[in-house]
Design a protein around this ligand. Structure first.
Ligand SMILES: C[S@@+](CC[C@H](N)C(=O)[O-])C[C@H]1O[C@@H](n2cnc3c(N)ncnc32)[C@H](O)[C@@H]1O
Length: 341
């Protein structure tokens, strides 16, 4: 992980902050060059890996699906946020800022031009009822909004905190919510992977980067494994996957971990639709990390099944870790790859 220019715009303000403040940090956080801890600032992160890294560096960190409940209304002097990829997340943070900031408190937003920063800044100023100071700094933008006396109408955050039965796939339906990858649809690549699930009866199945649990739920109903483990680094994904396991009577484990790092044991079948974006950027290193983790978790007689965008060099990476690598399907957009130790 490495921080981006927009995130770095916040660093001088984070260093200078002396009254109670919150730094809302998603997948853009972590990596080299992060500022030293500031005791006045608590980090609120929805990613396990970012949480662990910031804690190790000495920051006070709360891990949750951006749940602001621990901070009473009007209790914060500042909130820092590099805008996220999804609009409901950004609106959720701006709405929370309108409630949690003290009179005269500041919301600092940063982001790129193509990332909606101008519109977010304008809407945030209306919501906080305050003055907007908008600056271009290099290629990125910084918006400082100071709370006024009157708050404006809440921004549409798509009922951020609520799980809902938003996806249905034949006989099965799935609970999901904003804040996790492709939250309101079945991923076309994952559907292709499911069409190529093996006929075998695995004893253990691992779903690496489970999201709301689509691959796990499908594998459970089709293969009935005695042990199923789903893992993700995103708090929203963990909430949704746990809820889907409970709703469907699936006896499985849902574990928060960075690339499956906290998952014990070996698995006959490892399923994965690996991410290749981190925030607004493309992160090729993630493919390597997911394949390496899958290998560590594959039993001697087991296999891993990955689906990836066809343009990714997944098979090249897979050959560095597995003895036998076979393409099971390639529809031009997605490729399903089987890997045997
Ligand atoms: C392409 S989505 C696939 C989601 C789900 N398996 C599906 O098929 O719908 C990739 C998932 O990997 C998760 N992820 C990203 N980085 C991760 C990391 N470092 N450790 C664990 N999971 C991660 C994301 O949160 C996301 O849920």
């Amino acid at each position: 992980m490495s921080h981006d220019g927009a995130l770095a715009l916040l660093f001088p303000f984070l260093r200078a902050q002396s009254a109670p403040a919150l730094w809302v940090l998603d997948e853009h956080g972590g990596g080299p060059g992060m500022p030293s801890p500031n005791r006045a600032v608590t980090v609120l992160s929805n990613r396990i890996d970012v949480t662990e890294e910031m804690q190790a560096a000495g920051w006070v960190v709360q891990f949750s699906d951006f749940d602001f409940a621990p901070w009473p209304a009007g209790s914060l002097d500042a909130i820092f946020f590099r805008v996220a990829k999804e609009k409901p997340v950004v609106h959720h943070v701006i709405n929370a800022a309108a409630e949690r900031l003290a009179p005269g408190g500041r919301l600092l937003l940063s982001g790129g031009k193509q990332q909606g920063i101008k519109t977010y800044a304008r809407h945030a100023a209306e919501r906080l009822g305050g003055a907007l100071d908008f600056r271009k700094m290099g290629n990125e933008y910084l918006a400082v909004i100071r709370c006024g006396d009157q708050r404006g109408a809440a921004l549409d955050e798509r009922d951020y905190a609520t799980l809902r039965p938003v996806i249905s796939d034949g006989a099965l339906s799935y609970l999901s919510k904003p804040g996790l990858y492709g939250w309101d649809k079945v991923d076309a690549g994952s559907a292709l992977l499911v069409a190529h699930l093996p006929e075998c009866a695995p004893q253990q199945v691992l779903d690496l980067g489970c999201g709301y649990g689509y691959l796990s739920v499908q594998a459970w109903h089709r293969l009935q494994p005695p042990r199923i483990v789903a893992t993700d680094n995103n708090a929203a994904a963990l909430l949704a996957c746990r809820a889907n396991f409970a709703a469907q009577g699936i006896v499985g484990e849902v574990i928060g971990a960075d690339c499956g790092a906290g998952v014990d044991g070996l698995f006959d079948l490892v399923l994965c639709n690996p991410p290749f974006h981190q925030g607004f950027g493309v992160e090729r290193d993630l493919t390597e990390r997911f394949v390496a983790s899958a290998r560590r978790h594959t039993s001697a007689q087991g296999q891993a099944l990955f689906v990836s965008n066809a343009f990714l060099p997944l098979e090249q990476v897979a050959r560095r870790h597995y003895a036998q690598v076979t393409t099971l399907a390639n529809d031009g957009r997605f490729r399903v790859t089987q890997m045997l130790p």
